[in-house]
Structures are given as structure tokens and as C-alpha cells.
Ligand binder design. Structure first.
Ligand code: GDP
Ligand code: CA
Length: 316
């Protein structure tokens, strides 16, 4: 069994490769919920939806989020009547938010709701929220702190990033399936997908109980670098690394995760950094990490899993 940690777009791509490689019983994908927010009274889970739509094969590739062949009647009408239109909601996508919000209001947990949404879309692999508690990632910047969506969508990540903190995290605990996966005796490896380390993976690591479980685990933890050739494929990861004065390269990713990871998968473009990362005690596998097709996703998933079998968990 494999446990993957994932954010939205980058996470979804590798999660899809893993799902194409592993049986549904052999994979749990724990997804960041720190970006979740209420908008127009709908409870929106951007990262869970990105992973769900990707595994369902209905994601929009060009836009990078939402459902393909989407229509925008709702948004257009909302705009006409002067409604809050800073966050885009497609007509098809809206169905997910309506169902999720109704089911949560009826008292179901986010895990239950996510499972039901997976069933709606015939997704057999386990996509699970990192926690069933309401938590929020708050981005600290030189211009103040902002809820993630404000920083990301409204402010377009412009203010200089200094760190994150979380709202509601003290009382949170891992969702039942996530907790079970971390202590499953059949667990063979934990994979950090090439998601944003600061606002996608770190929130998962900060759910109380997760770092203790990872300290105890004796399976290797492998990360895939979201930085290729000095750039993020998408999103603010590279900008954030620069603002934190980290090297904008897999080296910075290695420094950020540090002793937590046993191995890092880096792109061929960054092969010159392999020795330096190995010198820090982290195993390195060099391959193509840019995922442009389902085949790329499966290849990277398979190579990552194979690499994990060569690694042993460091005892700190
Ligand atoms: P978000 O929540 O939608 O921002 O998604 P994630 O945090 O999961 O993913 C964002 C990260 O994915 C960015 O830092 C990108 O550089 C990375 N990413 C996107 N596509 C790829 C890819 O094909 N390969 C790799 N290695 N990283 C990718
Ligand atoms: Ca996200």
C-alpha cells in the first residue's frame, strides 16, 4: 500500500499516475484542505476537486482547474446582477459544491462527502481529506496575512511571502482513512507529490498527529520536486522559495523537507544538483518529471515507486 500527499494540480497529476499503476486497495491519496473556503455559502475544496476531476478524467487541461467543456451561465448572470465574481464557478463544477455543501450541512463528514463524490464520478481510488476539521491556511506576507484564496486569487500572489500559519489546526486530527493509512502494516512508502511545499504539503504535515506518525513510520518517504530548471511548472512555489531565500531548485526543496524525506525525485534538467542533495543524506533519482500526458504521469509514478523500494527509512 502507498500513501500519497497531494495538493491540487501538481499533486493530481502524480496521483493520477499512481492510480493508473496501483489497485484501488493499494493507494490512499491524502489531500490538502487548507485552501477550503466558503463562497456564496458553498463549501469549496479546491485541491480535493482538482484530484477528483483528474482521477475522473474530466479535468480541464488548459485552464488547469475545474471541469472540461465547462459552461459559465451562472458566472455571467452573477456578474450581471453585481454578485461576487472574483472566484470562478463553472456550471458543471457547481454541482459538486452544491452536493458537498448540502451533505455537510446534513451532518456528514468531509470524508463521507468526498467518498460520495468519488462514487458519483466512478473514482475507485481513495481520495481522502487530510482532516475532517475545518482548517485554513493563512499566508503571511510583508503586506499582512491573508486567507489562502485571497492571497492566491484576489492578490495573485503578489505580496512578498514570509510564511504560513493555520486557523483551527490545534483541534484538528487526521481524517480516519488518512490516520489508518499512516499506521497500516502494509504501507510500503509515502510519496509527497510535486505539490507546493509551503501551501499544499506543509498543511498536511501540520495536522496534529501527522508528524508523530511520520516519525514512527519505518517506510521511506519520497518527494517529487515541483521545481524544474529553476521554475515552478505552475503557481507561486518558485516565487515563494526566492522570497524565503531558498535556492529555487530541487536543492531548496531538499533543504525545506530536510530529514523528513529519504529520497527526492528530480528532473533531468537538474541532474547537476544530485550530488549536492545526496551529500545532505537524501537519496536522489533523476528522470523526466514534467507530466504532459497520462503516460508521463504513469512513468513518473512507476519510477518513484521503484526508487522508493531502494530506500530505507532514516532513523533520526
Ligand atoms: P495547487 O494546489 O493547484 O497549486 O497544486 P499543487 O500544490 O498540487 O501543485 C502546484 C505545484 O505543482 C507547482 O509548484 C508546480 O511546479 C507543480 N507541478 C505542476 N505540474 C507539474 C509537473 O508536471 N511536474 C512537476 N514536477 N511539478 C509540477
Ligand atoms: Ca491548492
Amino acid at each position: 500500500m502507498i500513501l500519497a500527499f497531494a495538493g491540487g494540480v501538481g499533486g493530481a497529476k502524480l496521483a493520477h499516475g499512481l492510480a493508473r499503476t496501483l489497485d484501488p486497495s493499494a493507494l490512499v491519496i491524502a489531500v490538502n484542505t487548507g485552501d477550503d473556503f466558503l463562497h456564496l455559502d458553498y463549501f469549496i475544496c479546491p485541491d480535493l476537486d482538482s484530484v477528483l476531476y483528474k482521477l475522473a478524467g474530466i479535468n480541464d487541461v488548459e485552464r488547469g482547474w475545474g471541469i472540461r467543456d465547462e459552461t459559465w451561465n451562472f458566472m455571467e448572470t452573477l456578474k450581471q446582477v453585481g454578485g461576487e465574481d472574483w472566484f470562478q464557478l463553472g456550471d458543471k463544477d457547481l454541482t459538486t459544491h452544491i452536493d458537498r455543501t448540502r451533505w455537510l450541512t446534513e451532518g456528514q463528514t468531509l470524508s463521507d462527502v468526498t467518498h460520495a463524490l468519488c462514487q458519483q464520478h466512478n473514482v475507485a481510488h481513495a481520495i481522502v481529506p487530510m482532516t475532517d476539521h475545518r482548517v485554513g491556511t493563512i499566508v503571511d506576507t510583508k503586506e499582512g496575512d491573508f486567507f489562502f484564496q485571497n492571497y492566491f486569487v484576489r492578490l495573485r500572489c503578489e505580496p512578498e511571502y514570509t510564511g504560513v500559519h493555520y486557523k483551527g489546526m490545534e483541534d484538528a486530527e487526521p481524517s480516519p482513512q488518512f490516520a489508518k493509512a499512516m499506521s497500516n502494516p502494509d504501507l510500503r512508502a509515502i510519496v509527497f507529490c510535486p505539490s507546493n511545499p509551503f501551501v499544499s504539503i506543509d498543511p498536511i504535515l501540520n495536522v496534529p498527529g501527522v508528524s508523530i506518525a511520520l516519525d514512527k513510520t519505518d517506510v521511506p518517504i519520497v518527494a517529487v520536486s515541483p521545481i524544474i530548471g529553476g521554475q515552478a511548472v505552475k503557481g507561486p512555489a518558485a516565487k515563494m522559495m526566492a522570497e524565503l531565500r531558498l535556492p529555487v531548485s530541487p536543492l531548496g526543496i531538499a533543504q525545506h523537507y530536510g530529514e523528513l524525506i529519504d529520497g527526492l525525485v528530480i528532473d533531468k534538467q537538474d541532474s547537476n544538483l544530485a550530488d549536492e542533495i545526496r551529500a545532505a543524506g537524501i537519496g536522489v533519482h533523476v528522470t523526466n518529471t514534467l507530466m504532459k500526458s497520462a503516460e508521463d504521469e504513469s512513468n513518473l509514478a512507476q519510477e518513484t515507486l521503484k526508487f522508493a523500494t531502494t530506500l530505507a527509512r532514516k532513523k533520526v
